[in-house]
Structures are given as structure tokens and as C-alpha cells.
Design a protein around this ligand. Sequence first.
Ligand SMILES: C[S@@+](CC[C@H](N)C(=O)[O-])C[C@H]1O[C@@H](n2cnc3c(N)ncnc32)[C@H](O)[C@@H]1O
Length: 597
Amino acid sequence: MRELDQQQFNSSQDWQNKVILSDCLQSLRAMPSHLVDLIVTSPPYADSRKKTYGGISPDDYVNWFLPISQELKRILKPDGTFILNIKEKVVNGERHNYVIKLILELQKQGWLWTEEYIWHKKNCYPGKWPNRFRDAWERCLQFNKQKKFKMYQERVMIPMGDWANSRLKKLSDTDKIRDHSKVESGFGKNISNWIGRSMAYPTNVLHLATECNNKNHSATFPKSLPSWFIKLFTETSDLVLDPFLGSGTTCIAAKELGRHYIGIEIKKEYYELAVANIEKAVFNIEGKIFDINYEKKETLTMTNSNYQIYYDYIIQNVLNPFYEKRFEKLRQIKLKDIIKRKNPYLFKAKNIELAGDFVKSIVDAFLSSQEETIFGNLLEGFAIYVSQTLYNGFKSNLKSIDLEFEREGIYYIVGIKSGTNWGNSDQVNKMKENFKKAKQFLRQEKRITQEIIAVNGCMYGKDRNPWKESEDLDKSYYKYAGQDFWSFISGGDDNLYQEMILPIDIEAKKKDEIFQATYAAKVNEMTQDFMLEFIKNNQIDWSKLVDYVSKREEVKEEVKIESPVEQLSLNLEESLSSEYSGDVPLDLNDIMDVEEL
Ligand SMILES: C[S@@+](CC[C@H](N)C(=O)[O-])C[C@H]1O[C@@H](n2cnc3c(N)ncnc32)[C@H](O)[C@@H]1O
């Protein structure tokens, strides 16, 4: 929607998901009363950014804002909330008092000043002026129309961390009685585990990083800021308003959380930027996860709440980097490079005769040879994160060991692999040797006195006999696979292995569409190259192909595909990168381990 013309919107649905180019006062006046559930906004700060979007003089600020807040109050539902992100500017060496005056005037206007949140800008650069340091926080003032307003506190709970551990120490012996795991996999759960993973309510200080990636608007706030308030004060399908929209952050957050939105922006270039940004956002992605979790509200145990942080981790630290890497690999692929690394006889044996099929097969083979390792390493990061969240687990530097943590008086060293068939007997023996060395090292050098148990964790698969006994007890270990592994890592959560699939499913659907388009373009482009070089009489020229891959070096028959510059970079890549060899180790961490023993 462009300018707010004389069009009449009668029902509240008419206003849903609108981005309006206008002065907000004008648009707000056109809106019906009791329309929106939440207002989150960051108005222009008193003329501090005059150059970019026009500022209001600090002395005029209150008078400028009050007619707007009057309208906001009218259109906000009685149980709705208004969040105002604002910070007073320094004028003539002192903080101007227009924010304080504004709060007082808003109270006179009938608003309740319910709360003040501090947005602590975590990644604020250090710096100073002669008489002050750099600003690292901003106010987020909360106003309401009445004392009783909608608020869903469970949605913003955070892991308890150290607080849980100190509570744990005070547990009675009865509390600590072991309750054996249903799968009888050798580790049990007790109340201490329950406490270990419980969640706490946050404070009114929000530690959020600023986002510096929006180059086209000078005053954006991070998406996590409106997201936090949207989760706290609204339900799915509620209507969120930002009358000073800027680059669209509030509406993007609302859309992604499955809420409806209205944004108003006075400047055409920002309006257009916001429209483009909001269009790109995917409706209801995180919201779906929320709905699913929150619909189970009556059974919302500590464990259920905990999944939210796991979902967040998986999306941000597994799926996002996985797709980034897939895109990177796709961009890097060169026909000439990957042809050389694939067995031409195999393709012939599979009777592949279409150029497109041939190219697709070698691209797929190349990508999948990398994907298992990349994804495995990222998922391993998730396992470490779970252990870190619940038991202060940490990434190990010891050879063959990825994770160390302590639970219920036992010290665990864990070597994480993707699937159960990860190694031959030499590799398994090597791991057992390393388990033994690690135990000795931990006892002698780190003075670990409690029992040390070695675990080979496999992120998928099954193993019916987890205890792997050796004559040498220090080489004996448990092999926990699939459900048992995730249950072991989380202290007995038998559902975790299933829960993980939900964010993966949702995020992959979102990302795969773009990946498929890029992939198709790449395969088509490479097919064209292939046809130029290896098609003769409309058939694949297998003889030329086999020559290209296998003919003795001294017979220099050059096949020209890339330009000389590309060829040079290809040669460099070949000599520098072992990733192209296809001999990717099953677990990259194993070769990167620092030998400490
Ligand atoms: C501090 S910025 C908001 C930034 C936004 N939170 C974001 O993350 O991109 C304030 C925005 O309000 C816009 N603005 C200023 N006066 C306005 C008015 N009267 N009506 C609507 N928008 C206005 C400015 O153009 C600017 O883009």
C-alpha cells in the first residue's frame, strides 16, 4: 500500500499487514479505535540525525510527540502495550530532559508508565568523550492503558545457568535418588537433572547485539528487540504497529512470528526499503514453533520451554551456516575440477547418456561428499551446546574427544561421530587408545579424581549393546547412538532426538527454495560448458572424457573450459585445498585436535 488515500478501511482486517507511506499522525487519525495489540517503535531522536531523516528540536520534542501518542492511545486495545525506544541526546554538554518531560506528559495524557527496559547494546564499540563514555544502552519505555494487560512471560524465559547449579548443591539426598532411565542405557535422571535444565524469567535488562548489516538505514534496531516484546506481549495473529517504521524491523519481526503488522514511514526511500525487507521475511516461521510449543501450554514443563533455546540454536548455528556453506560450495564448483575427481566408468556403467544428467550426477556427488561432514560438525556443535547449557560441558582439545562434562559425580569424555559405522577397526582402536591416554592425562595433569567414563556418541543410528568392554578398563567405553545419544547428552530426555527435527524441517523448507534455484542455474550453466567440450554428434564423447580424466600427463591435450584466469585459480585451489580430493575425513575435528598427551 502506498499513500494512504481516501480509501476507507472499516474492519480491523483491512488494516492487517499494511505498510503505509505517510506522516504517521495522518495515518493514525484514519485508523479505528482499539485496533492494535502492541506498538513497538523508535521515533526519530531529537534532531540528532537531522541529516538523514529530519529531526525534531529537543525543545519541541514533547509537543511534537503528544498528538501522535494521543492517537496511539486511541487505537491501542485496552489490554495492549506501547513500547517506546528512545534515548535523550546530549545538548550543550548535558543530557537534555525531553525524555523525562515526555514521560510526565504521557502520564498526564492517561498512559500508565508501567516499566522501563534497558536495551544493553552488547557489541557497542568502546569509546569516550572528554566528559562521558560511549552510550551502550537505550531506554525501552513501556506504557499501558490499564494495569491489566496481556503478557506471556514464559515465552521469554532463559536458561538458569549457574543459579541452577547453586540450587543443586542444596538438594537433599532424597532429591538426588536416581530414577533409572526407561531405555536402561546406563544413565538415569533425577530431580537434579530437572533443575539443571529449568528456565528462569529474565530481568528488565535486555542484552542484545546491535545489527550493523542494514547499510541503507542509519538508525535500525536489531530484530531481536521488537521480537522480544512481540513474544512477550502478543499472541499469534495479533496486530503489531510501528508508526516510525524505518527499514521495517518491527514488521519483519511480527511477520516472522506469525503476527499481523502495520508500519508507517514518512520517507519514500525508507518506505521502499521496508517494503522490500518485509516482503523477504517469511510469515510464521518462528511463529509456528511458538504456536506448537505454546499450544501445549497446559503441559508446558521446564523441558518443553527448554526446546525453544534448542530451536533457536539449531536455526542459527546449524541450519544457517549449513546453507551458507552449501551456497559457498555451489558457487565454487567448476566443471573441469569435479569431472577429474569422479569415476567416468561409473557414470558409463549407470548408462548416463544425457549431458544434463551427467552434470547433475557429478554436482550431486560432489556436494553430498561435503555435506555429511559439514552438517555432522555443525550438529556436533549442537550436542556440545546442549551439554554446555545443562552441565557446563565444553569442547575438548584432547585427541578423539569432542566434549567433556561432569554429571552426578562422573566425569564424561565424549567422542562424537555422525553415524554408528564411522570407522574401521584400526580407527576404533585408535579411539580406544586415545580414551585411555585422555583418562590418564585428566587424572594426572588435571587432577580429576572422580570416575571417568568414555563415551562414543553417534548422532544417529542404534546400538543395542552400548557397553564396549576391553580387557583394559581404560579402553572400555559406552557407545550411545541416536535416541540414546541425545538422551545421554541431555540427562535423560528421550524426546530430544525427535524435537530436533522440527526447526530443521521448518528452516530447510524456507532455505531450500532459494538453494534449488541457485542449484538449477549452476547445473544449467555447467551443462552448457559440458556440451561445448564433451558432446560429439549429439552424444557424450566418452572417449574424450576418459582421456581428460585419465590420459597420461605427458600427452598434453588441453581441454579449454575456463578462461586462463579461472584456470590459474583452479590450479591454485587444487594445490591448496584437500577438500576437493573427495577424501574428506569423517570428522574434521579429529584431524584438528591439539595433541596434548
Ligand atoms: C529511528 S528510525 C526507526 C528505525 C527502525 N526502528 C528500524 O529498525 O529501521 C525513525 C524513522 O521514522 C521516520 N519518521 C520520522 N518522522 C516520521 C513521521 N512523522 N511519520 C512516519 N515516519 C516518520 C524516519 O524517516 C525514520 O525512518
